[in-house]
Design a protein around this ligand. Structure first.
Ligand SMILES: CC(=O)[C@@H](O)[C@H](O)COP(=O)(O)O
Ligand SMILES: NCC(=O)COP(=O)(O)O
Length: 238
């Protein structure tokens, strides 16, 4: 199972002060050095974290593969066709949400999704659809010609009640198996952390996980000691 790292929230820290650091590009390079097999960014319409400049530079420096998550807007399609990430993941987007709240509803807008998939394919870009683990959505993703489905693990990750957790896990398993049987590549992500990933990794059909927030949050802490030592060295040095 491959791991792709989403560096959105490195940019969240930068944008909190509209500063130049920390740079998600530097984080992506370090993530690759740490073994990440892909880099993910979500260029949101409101540009709350990742900026256009980040995607442009990432395109040049990422050595593994660059996955651009985006809404199906004309603006985003033209950015994708110009920058040409290795993969575009189409996601639903709401301005007021804290993070993505659910999968893309492919069933209700099949024609539109098909046309966006075709345009991105025309630019030589692999396409992934971020969908709920739902059989009807998997079928629709297959019908519109997607290469990959990324199964939304958020419901599973957030479930507290053991019965809900079990049901959410079974839905992921079933959707993953079905998608694989249709010839789709199966990825998964959202809300995965250092604990719940141990369950998700049991689903053998999943080829790649996208994890962001938990890894960036941990990096802030495990990297803190070194950051303070570096500052002390500067203060104490002559
Ligand atoms: C599609 C998905 O599950 C996430 O990558 C999400 O799009 C991340 O968005 P934020 O980083 O803004 O929470
Ligand atoms: N597509 C999921 C992703 O890129 C990362 O989601 P999260 O780990 O930040 O919740």
């Amino acid at each position: 199972m491959k791991l792709a790292i989403n560096v959105d929230h490195v940019a969240t820290v930068r944008q909190a002060r509209k500063a130049k650091y920390p740079d998600p590009v530097a984080a992506a390079i370090l993530a690759e050095l740490g073994g990440a097999q892909g880099i993910v960014v979500h260029l949101r319409e409101d540009r709350r974290h990742i900026q256009d400049r980040d995607v442009e530079i990432l395109r040049q420096v990422v050595k593994t593969h660059l996955n651009l998550e985006m809404a199906m807007t004309e603006e985003m399609i033209s950015i994708a066709l110009r920058i040409k990430p290795d993969r575009c993941t189409l996601v639903p987007e709401k301005r007021e949400e804290l993070t993505t709240e659910g999968g893309l509803d492919v069933v209700s807008q099949e024609e539109r999704v098909r046309s966006v998939v075709e345009r991105l394919h025309g630019g030589g870009i692999e396409v992934s659809l971020f969908i709920d683990p739902d059989i009807a959505q998997v079928e629709a993703a297959h019908r519109v010609g997607s290469d990959v489905v990324e199964l939304h693990t958020g419901i599973f990750a957030e479930a507290v009640d053991p019965q809900d957790k079990k049901a959410a896990f079974e839905a992921l398993e079933k959707a993953a198996r079905y998608a694989r049987s249709l010839g789709l590549k199966v990825h998964a992500g959202h809300g995965l952390d250092y604990s719940n990933v141990l369950e998700v990794k049991k689903i053998k059909e999943i080829e790649e996980l996208s994890i962001g927030h938990a890894v960036v949050a941990r990096a802030v802490l495990v990297g803190m000691e070194q950051a303070v030592r570096d500052m002390i060295r500067l203060i104490e040095g002559s």
